[in-house]
Write a protein that binds this ligand. Sequence first.
Ligand SMILES: N[C@@H](CCC(=O)N[C@@H](CS)C(=O)NCC(=O)O)C(=O)O
Length: 206
Amino acid sequence: MEPAQLFYVDGSPFARICRALIIDWELPVETVKLDWPLDTSFFDENPLGQVPVLKTVGETIFPTSQIAEQLWAMTTEAQAPYFDPLADRQLFLTVLAMGDAMVAANQITRTGLRPTAENTYGIDIVERHGMRVERTLDWLEERSGKWLMDDTVSVCDYALACILLWSDSRCPTDWRTRPKLTRIVEELSTGDSFAQTVPSPWKPTE
Ligand SMILES: N[C@@H](CCC(=O)N[C@@H](CS)C(=O)NCC(=O)O)C(=O)O
């Protein structure tokens, strides 16, 4: 039987979450690296044209939250990092949505987009993405114990660490001013699965 395949690009924090889970849960999933920028033919795999995408027999799974649930279902015994999709869902989806806000702000900045007409939307969108990030980081810091889900390391911590480490090279935020979040990221980043998935330094395209 063909092994499941995870399609990723090197710098994607969302794909890194899945790659680290595959390593730590020792899952039989082949990881397939794609070049950046993604070819438009990838829209045939995912109508959003994004990685990560997990292909299993007869199924093409995205986005990241759905892939994490599928990977967890493939584990044979409960092992760290833990994931209880019913209990952890709000936290996990909020961390991922914070990542989406960071990526969106980074895209606007990196592509050099500037207002070309009067702003009729009512808010400065980059500023608003920044608020989403700052307020979510405060919310996470306030509710964490040793880990985001109290004393148990979970996929939520993996998501937080991958996204904040990504932000360092793309759109730096002041997350290290929050001691509990900093401890979580530092502890996870010393593990093998994080060491094996460190992205290459960002090179702007011509
Ligand atoms: N909400 C999505 C986000 C995925 C995402 O933003 N992927 C980016 C890489 S970090 C991507 O594939 N971008 C390709 C493009 O914009 O063309 C998820 O959870 O999977």
